[in-house]
Design a protein around this ligand. Structure first.
Ligand SMILES: [Zn+2]
Length: 477
């Protein structure tokens, strides 16, 4: 297991000394969190963990969201799942769910939490659910020409709750392991600085005006595994940052995470749980715009991506180290984030935001979207966005509802006090793309106003600050 250099983390911890936590650097550069101030509560029980999955494949014929045009499904490439992990230590119970959807709308997340809480007693706020961001999933989102389907949204909420309840029912005494792998060769930042001094998204392969990528990727393949007291693997949580845009077409599919799960189950057991949580991939794609090779779409490419990330996860899993702690904790904050100023006229908006080339062109479709965002803003000038942090032993998981830029994910991990940190996007709701302030100045698809991009330029920093704050506070729980 490779552990990131922790030197900078001690700087951060200087500021959280009031929390009763001392971090110590081991000889090999690893860090262990030691709770020096609290005794185990008298009712502390051994850690228990359970995994379960429930299918939520829509009826064939329903729309697939994610593109600019309508896309009615014609079949199923692979079934879609809500896959849950449950943990309890007698004091705290929590669940983490990976869901094969493009997003999880706030009302769907709230309903899933309500049902799960009433059926198995896990507090709704202790349930984290992340969308895999598959662009071959069911109709839960309205943007461009695609409309969400209310019946399917209700169905998805119930199926997510079903997965949590079933995971809770299967729980057994467990131990935790954490591991970190790397995969550097399947993900690429899709935004580029161009010769004219602006940023463009997918400007075209080998575009001679490309100067350099405008953002990073995150190669981390982070895993948290639970095994029973005999060492048998029960399941794992896997975190990697990459858009689910590989397969394309009109068949329902989990996209590349289908092959990720297949690879892990092929190596370690068909019956184990694999909960996939997407990372901060708002600007990360499987297409290498600086490589002339064709064909970075379709089944073969989805397999290449999913098996590569799955292999890295397998490698991290088999070498994962036993967690020195089994404590669980959950903390969250609701941020009130303002909707951006859309200026006076449509002409002004087009002048300011239209990229001219690459993804995000087409003024008519965007002005319709901008009008809908203006309506949103007239009803409420800000939206509530949840940032949630969960501690599982030596690992911290922090989530937000944005399509979050990769830079922020790296910054949060850098500042995190945890031995292993997962940053999860599109969790417990959806607030559209959230880019860096620099991204707003440079332009491009992700920052052009639409129902999938409407928060102001400071939203990303506020989410990052809250994420780091919660990760630090968790260590005092
Ligand atoms: Zn996206």
């Amino acid at each position: 297991m490779r552990i990131r250099n922790m030197v900078s983390k001690n700087k951060i911890l200087f500021f959280i000394v009031p929390a009763l936590i001392v971090l110590t650097c081991g000889v090999n550069g690893t860090v262990t969190a030691q709770d020096t101030g609290t005794q185990a509560p008298p009712d502390a029980q051994p850690l228990r963990a359970g995994f379960a999955r429930i299918e939520l494949t829509p009826e064939v014929g329903l729309e697939i969201p994610g593109g600019f045009q309508k896309n009615f499904s014609t079949g199923v490439h692979d079934p879609l799942w809500a896959e849950a992990a449950y943990f309890s230590d007698g004091n705290v119970s929590l669940a983490i769910v990976g869901v094969d959807l493009i997003v999880i709308p706030l009302d769907v997340a709230q309903e899933a939490r309500r049902q799960a809480e009433s059926r198995c007693g896990i507090p709704g706020g202790h349930i984290m659910m992340g969308a895999s961001h598959t662009h071959s999933g069911g109709p839960v989102d309205s943007c461009w020409a695609v409309e969400r389907n209310e019946d399917y949204c209700n169905y998805a909420a119930t199926r997510i709750a079903d997965a949590v309840v079933k995971a809770c029912e299967t729980a057994v005494e467990a131990r935790i392991r954490c591991g970190l792998g790397k995969e550097e060769d399947v993900a690429y930042n899709r935004r580029f600085w161009m010769k004219e001094g602006v940023i463009r998204t997918h400007p075209g392969k080998m575009n001679p005006d490309i100067v350099a990528p405008a953002g990073p990727i995150d190669p981390d393949v982070a895993v948290i595994a639970a095994e029973d007291v005999d060492g048998k693997l029960l399941g794992c949580i896997v975190n990697f940052a990459l858009h689910g845009t590989t397969l394309g077409g009109s068949l329902f599919s989990a996209d590349w995470p289908f092959y990720l799960r297949q690879t892990i189950r092929g190596g370690l057991g068909a019956d184990i749980g694999v909960v996939f949580l997407n990372g901060a991939c708002g600007d990360v794609t499987q297409v290498d715009n600086q490589n002339p090779r064709p064909g970075e779409f379709g089944e073969a490419w989805a397999r290449r991506v999913g098996m590569s990330v799955g292999s890295a996860a397998l490698n991290a899993l088999v070498k994962a180290e036993l967690s020195t702690e089994t404590k669980l904790a959950v903390k969250s904050e609701i941020l009130m984030l303002p909707i951006r100023d859309l200026g006076g006229s449509d002409e002004e908006l087009v002048r300011r935001e239209a990229p001219g080339i690459g993804l995000g062109t087409g003024d008519d479709i965007y002005l319709k979207e901008a009008a809908l965002v203006r309506e949103m803003k007239a009803k409420s000038p800000s939206v509530n966005v949840e940032v949630q942090a969960i501690r599982i032993g030596d690992a911290g998981i922090v989530s937000n509802a944005a399509e979050y830029f990769c830079r922020f994910g790296l910054d949060i991990k850098h500042a995190s006090p945890w031995k292993l940190t997962m940053v999860v996007e599109l969790a417990n709701g959806c607030c559209g793309y959230v880019g860096t302030p620099e991204a707003f100045l440079g332009g491009g698809y992700e920052v052009r106003t639409a129902r999938c991009s409407y928060l102001d330029a400071n939203a990303g920093l506020q989410i990052a600050n809250a994420s780091i704050r919660l990760l630090c506070q968790l260590s005092g729980e």
